[in-house]
Design a protein around this ligand. Structure first.
Ligand code: 8DG
Length: 143
């Protein structure tokens, strides 16, 4: 496999008030994962994953974000290339979303709603991270 190509992509789990930012694609994913996805996109040459996430989130959602931590990885093997993805837990600095031409809608979704809208594969990737974050947040409010 000498000529195999890798596409590296970064995705943001943007959490605000116990809700997650979901974006509705203009066209469904070619892998059958449906319309709803997390914001993010591919690394440009020379970028770090964090820089790419900050840029992509600004381009796709208009939001400035604070990255809390890398949370999970995923991969997709295509015929002529392989996508490698990193999902990051983040918080937005504001809540005013501006759509780009890649999406037709967005939603800050509860976990219940996210389970309904996201493909199982993506939901299973994010659930532990979101629950852990919500747990830490509710405990810190009790202190
Ligand atoms: N398991 C998992 N898969 C994800 C997540 N986010 C996400 O986009 N995917 C899938 C959807 C796509 O099939 C693939 C990303 O593909 P890609 O970066 O090459 O580009 P794309 O979204 O334009 O792909 P495409 O579906 O339009 O072909 O990974 C995630 O958080 N977990």
């Amino acid at each position: 496999m000498e000529n195999v190509r890798f596409h590296i992509t970064v995705k943001g789990i943007v959490v605000l008030n116990n809700k997650i930012l979901l974006m509705k694609r203009i066209h469904p994913s070619s892998d059958g994962l449906g319309y709803w996805e997390l914001p993010g996109g591919g690394l440009e040459y020379g970028e770090t994953p964090n820089q790419a996430l900050i840029r992509e989130l600004k381009e796709e959602t208009g939001l400035d974000i604070i990255i809390l931590k890398p949370a999970y990885t995923f991969t997709k093997v295509r015929e002529d290339y392989q996508t490698v993805g990193i999902g990051f837990l983040c918080i937005p600095k504001n809540d005013c979303v501006h759509l780009s031409n890649e999406h037709i809608d967005y939603l800050f979704a509860s976990l219940e709603k996210a389970k309904e809208l996201l493909d199982n594969e993506i939901f299973n990737d994010i659930i532990c991270t979101v629950e852990e974050y919500n747990h830490i947040l509710s405990n810190s409010k009790k202190l």
